[in-house]
Design a protein around this ligand. Sequence first.
Ligand code: MTE
Ligand code: MO
Length: 204
Amino acid sequence: MNGEPLSRDHGFPLRVIAPGIIGARQVKWLSKVWASPDESPSHWQQNDYKGFAPQIDWDSVDFKKSPAIQEYPVQSAICEPKDGAVWDDEEEVTVKGYAYSGGGREIIRVDVSADGGKTWHPTELVAKPDQGYNRTWAWTLWEATLPLPKEAKGKQVELCAKAVDSAYNTQPESFKPYWNLRGVVANAWHRVHIKVEPPEGDDD
Ligand SMILES: Nc1nc2c(c(=O)[nH]1)N[C@H]1C(S)=C(S)[C@@H](COP(=O)(O)O)O[C@H]1N2
Ligand SMILES: [Mo]
């Protein structure tokens, strides 16, 4: 893993890698593999890692009624700045992060906002895997320097990111309309809050 022997925590001595599919299917400490016409009867395949409508609760849920989650939805995250950071420039902010989609779909675009999603700015895809159509299994790294809203000084600013994959899937604005009791496939815009506070005496 990353050029090093696989560690025990990550599944040494043997682990399944099923590209483009959620973490729950990447079985660690593998001892046996068999082919079967039936889906795995394992607890994690049958009774967990499934999505449901928002009104379904633990009393009404029937795990037989939803298929197991397989392909990962399109997702992105802001890694820099960190949530709660104090930003000492009132003009612009440099934002960095990653994006990823399931099923081998490549990331074709990531947009960022410095005003809670009212206006958007392009990002540069600084590390983009070149693995071929529907074979993109690696993360895309992105960054952008964008202007802060006018009179941001002394205020909190909400940074948002959303990615688009090769099927033009994009991330929803909020998790609320597809909230589910397991909290799975939650890929709404990532939001980070920074406080814009240039050093004392800096009036430009
Ligand atoms: N044997 C075994 N493999 C497992 C799990 C587990 O509980 N037991 N958890 C899965 C889940 S849900 C995830 S997200 C990944 C996490 O491993 P990672 O941190 O190495 O990616 O392992 C997967 N493989
Ligand atoms: Mo997981």
